[in-house]
Structure formats: structure tokens, C-alpha cells
Design a protein around this ligand. Structure first.
Ligand SMILES: [Zn+2]
Length: 261
């Protein structure tokens, strides 16, 4: 495997990477996983992500936004700051933002308000959206439809066929993680991924979360990292019955085009 592949979702500023962040980036490059797009999940985290990405031009990029878990800490000032960060050359999308009614770490009306604000910002700046949805499909889809969003990736898609069809009809891109490697809860994805055209499909680790359950050599600490993306690529290629090279090339091209990198 030699085609470089892009990890579109790495929580590289997560505390579990504090000790060895540079090594994690180096191991990703050794495994042809480059560039990486660092997920911004809160204002503070987005500031750190863009700062860190700025040290590796062309190799690291970042998104900037507030995850629904953190929506309760948002105010108008937050949106102003996100807008400032979005102007940096290494910042390639607004997000991750969306709705999460699974954990409900922020009240639902508060989640909807700040999700809508970030959608508006992405439209104003003509930037792609990096989206998160858990058990909130109907409200989530309504907000995106009402705002006529077109350029968006639903990251870590784990939903139903109806949800997938809705996203594809809306013109969205889909991010697939190592969830698809999980024999307990990822089997439906193995079928669904076949419905995603290659020019809408991107791959991601969501590291340090979602370590693929079927890795041959499991990390001792259980931590996921971008160097494991080729494993996810292989699983996806098997599911769509195409060669690893073809899927690598296509998903890389799709990510480059989508994020403009
Ligand atoms: Zn997410």
C-alpha cells in the first residue's frame, strides 16, 4: 500500500496524545496516512488544533467549531472567535458541530441554537461543515435542510439506510470510521457503505476513540491513532468489493476536493 490516504477526523489535541503527539504524526506518515485533519471540538481545542496544524503546513489541517457536548459553553463571542480561526489557511472546515441526543451533555434547545449558528457561519464563509449526529436525526436533518446546506460531511456515520439516503440526496459526504470493523455493532455498515458513491466517501479514525476491534496487533493502551487508517481502508475496500488502491485513490481525491487541500 503506497497511495497516501487522508485521515479526515483525528482528535489529535486530545489529552491522550499529550506525551507523544509528534510521534503519532510521524507514525501516521510512515504508514502513508497524510495529511491529517485535526478535529476541533471546542473553542479552546480549536485554537490548539489550528496552532498545532500551523506548524506542519500541508501535513496537518484543522477544523474549527464546537461539538454539541460543549454547546452549553457557547456565546456570541465564541462564534466571533471561530470566525477568526476559520480565516487561517490551515483551517479547512467548520465543526465538528451538530446534535447529540445520546449523551445530552448540553440541553437540546441549546444544542440546536449553536448548531444553527455554526451552520450559518459555514454558509457565510462558504466553508464545508464537519458534522456530528447521534440519535438526533430528525432535528439534525431539518436544520440542514432549512438552511439549504450542500457542502457537508457527516462524520463517523453509523446510522440507518434511510438516514444515509437522506444525506446522499442532500448532496452530503459520508465519513466512515473503524466502527465498520466492529463485528458487534458495525455489521449493517458493511452493507450500507456499498451505497455510498466513491466521490462522496471519506475515511477517518476518530482517534483516540474507536480503535478497530479486529486489529491484529492491538495497542496496549487501547488508544486509536491515525497510523491504523490503512486497516479501516482495507475493511472498506473489502465491503465495496474494490481494490485497496482504488479506494485509497478515490477517498483521497474526494477528501482533497471536499476540503480544498
Ligand atoms: Zn463526532
Amino acid at each position: 500500500m503506497s497511495n497516501p490516504i487522508i485521515d479526515i477526523g483525528v482528535n489529535l489535541m486530545h489529552r491522550s496524545f499529550h506525551q507523544d503527539r509528534e510521534l503519532v504524526v510521524a507514525r501516521a506518515t510512515e504508514n502513508h496516512v497524510t495529511p491529517l485533519i485535526i478535529t476541533g471540538t471546542s473553542l479552546r481545542n480549536s485554537i490548539e488544533a489550528s496552532r498545532y496544524a500551523g506548524r506542519y503546513p500541508g501535513k496537518l489541517y484543522a477544523t474549527t467549531g464546537v461539538h454539541p457536548h460543549d454547546a452549553k459553553n457557547c456565546n456570541e463571542e465564541t462564534i466571533t472567535k471561530i470566525k477568526e480561526l476559520a480565516a487561517l489557511p490551515q483551517v479547512v472546515a467548520i465543526g465538528e458541530c451538530g446534535l447529540d441526543y445520546n449523551r445530552d451533555f448540553s440541553p437540546r434547545d441549546v444544542q440546536r441554537k449553536w448548531f444553527t449558528e455554526q451552520v450559518g457561519l459555514a454558509l457565510e464563509l462558504n466553508m464545508p461543515l464537519f458534522l456530528h449526529e447521534r440519535e438526533a436525526f430528525s432535528d439534525f436533518a431539518s436544520i440542514l435542510k432549512e438552511n439549504e446546506v450542500k457542502k457537508a460531511v457527516v462524520h463517523c456515520f453509523t446510522g440507518t439506510v434511510h438516514e444515509l439516503n437522506t444525506y446522499l440526496e442532500l448532496g452530503f459526504h459520508i465519513g466512515i470510521t473503524g466502527w465498520i470493523c466492529d463485528e458487534r455493532r458495525g455489521n449493517h455498515l458493511k452493507e450500507l457503505v456499498r451505497r455510498i458513491p466513491l466521490n462522496r466517501l471519506m475515511i477517518e479514525t476518530d482517534a483516540p476513540f474507536l480503535t478497530p476491534r479486529d486489529l491484529k496487533e492491538k495497542p496496549v493502551d487501547g488508544r486509536n491513532e491515525p497510523a491504523f487508517l490503512p486497516h479501516i481502508l482495507q475493511t472498506v475496500a473489502r465491503c465495496v468489493e474494490k481494490s485497496v488502491d482504488e479506494v485509497a485513490k478515490a477517498t483521497t481525491e474526494t477528501a482533497r476536493e471536499f476540503f480544498g487541500i
